[in-house]
Design a protein around this ligand. Sequence first.
Ligand code: DMJ
Length: 626
Amino acid sequence: MSLARNARLSKVSMCCFLQVISQTLVNSNMKRDCAKCSMGKFLVLLLFCGLGYLMLTHTSTTHSVFGGQEKDSNRLKVGDELITDGTSRLRRFLRKPPRLPPRLSPDEIGNVNKSVHVPGKLNTGSKWIDRQHSVKKAFSHAWSGYKNHAMGFDELMPLSQRGMDGLGGLGATVVDALDTAMIMGLDEVVSEAGSWVETHLPERINQKGQVNLFETTIRILGGLLSAYHLSGGEQGGNQTHKGPEPIIYLENARSLADRLLTAFTSSPTAIPFSDVILRDQSAQPAPGGLSSTSEVSTLQLEFNYLSFLTGDSKYSMESMKVLEHMKTLPKVKGLVPIYISPQSGEFSGDTIRLGSRGDSYYEYLIKVWLQNKASNWTYLYEMYDEAMKGVKHLLVQKSIPNGLLFVGELPYGPKGSFSPKMDHLVCFLPGTLALGATKGITKEEAIKRNLLTLEDLENLKLAEDLVKTCFEMYSVTSTGLAPEIAYFNIEGNSEGGLDGGNKSSEYVNDISIKYADRHNLLRPETVESLFVLYRITEDPKYREWGWEIFEAFEKYTKVDSGGYSSLDDVTVIPPHKRDKMETFFLGETLKYLYLLFGDSSLIPLDEFVFNTEAHPFPIQRTNKRE
Ligand code: DMJ
């Protein structure tokens, strides 16, 4: 039916409608009251004419980060233009609250959406909308610094206002930041970053030299895959964002992954080499021959999703061999050493920790299982479950004098002494524990549906205790920003004179910070866990803590000429700035803060799994892989 015919029909039906209404009124009590007064009649008719006009002319346009898929009424309204004929417009007008203004960004949608959104506690109040807006402004400031001084380089050096290639030269900031811009509804940034990917990335992938398999997978491959999804790629190219056709992101992802695969295929065992030479399509071990445990076990979400999207199982098969092999290796109550040999396939050394080189091994066990529940990889859940029991038995202790729970290390294995050292990196763990407990739904819902075991409840409690500790690692310092590493004072192992400088903190005597560990790299782990804990427990204190951290970043790391900088020492004011803005500040830190302050229906945790670089992939409900 043509649009003109539609419009005619809708006008006809509207006239009939008005006739019926005015007839009813004329025959009703109102007639008796007003019949004597022709002015009254006229006013009533005028009122209905106005109403009819509104119904005929009112159209609605919504805008979202998701491509075209219609979700239930509790979720964000998605899709492109909603143009309806007059009749259905009339039905909807009578049924629904006022419509959204045109082209709202997701944070604004969160605001409007609350009028039809059910879970009251998570509705976004205006304070949080303002705060979310501040995060968006911070992202724009970070991007403008990068764009003006370092476009196409891996990272911005905000103080010297130039770029550097610390990650192999694939324009890492562009790709890491892209899906954050999509989520924030920053069309201009999406367009700039997307055009750069389309124009420059294919050549870089062909011609660049050595890159690290893990960093390239989590930042570049992960960023491309989530950009593909968020721009509507899975809806058959129904593009919902500025920038190139979504297929461009997938093509680049595939071309990159085909080269990265050589790290797996050229290794004599299931454990991949740590580096790839892109232009030669060859791979090599790290100096010393060993790979990091976390690096080889933090590739599977990305390679699985690529297999799902392309229908080519090779990516998933190669990457899953790593975890299948690790399942067979001896462990200490589920905990593993931080090095592994691609030559022998065995773990190397005794050091066990959830900080650097160990962290995301534990994160991916549960996330890969959550991503592919249809594949029945229950061994991953069992490995995760056992490891978390090991963490509780061997690594969790309480500080003195005020009893903060923290996760320490076993530098010499289970028979050696315990070290009360905790990397900021360990602060991913509260979020992972909470996710593992409820599988992404709220605690309230999980309890109502009787889904939580005693173990889940214990893990959730541990998550809440640990995220408090992570927050206190920020509040004990003079700047309100956490150091890279903290030591917790315990019986017989207390460091005096190394406090963080905030004498008014309740925990100033519980936490010590060594001189070499006082830097801050704009890392995301604590705000990541605050975001997950807020979504799961709905406790507003996590948002308040996140806001305090954001304000400290604003105060001490913002660079006037554009961008944000790392810091040398968080215990002194003013802190000395370090000339580097890490890509994960845009890819992770600001994204998690934005989501923390926003509506819970934006990237729901039971529908998406975030890779370790905060790139969200949809959870696979079916197993489409070949
Ligand atoms: C990120 O690249 C990832 O989150 C990784 O898993 C750990 N380190 C950084 C952020 O701190």
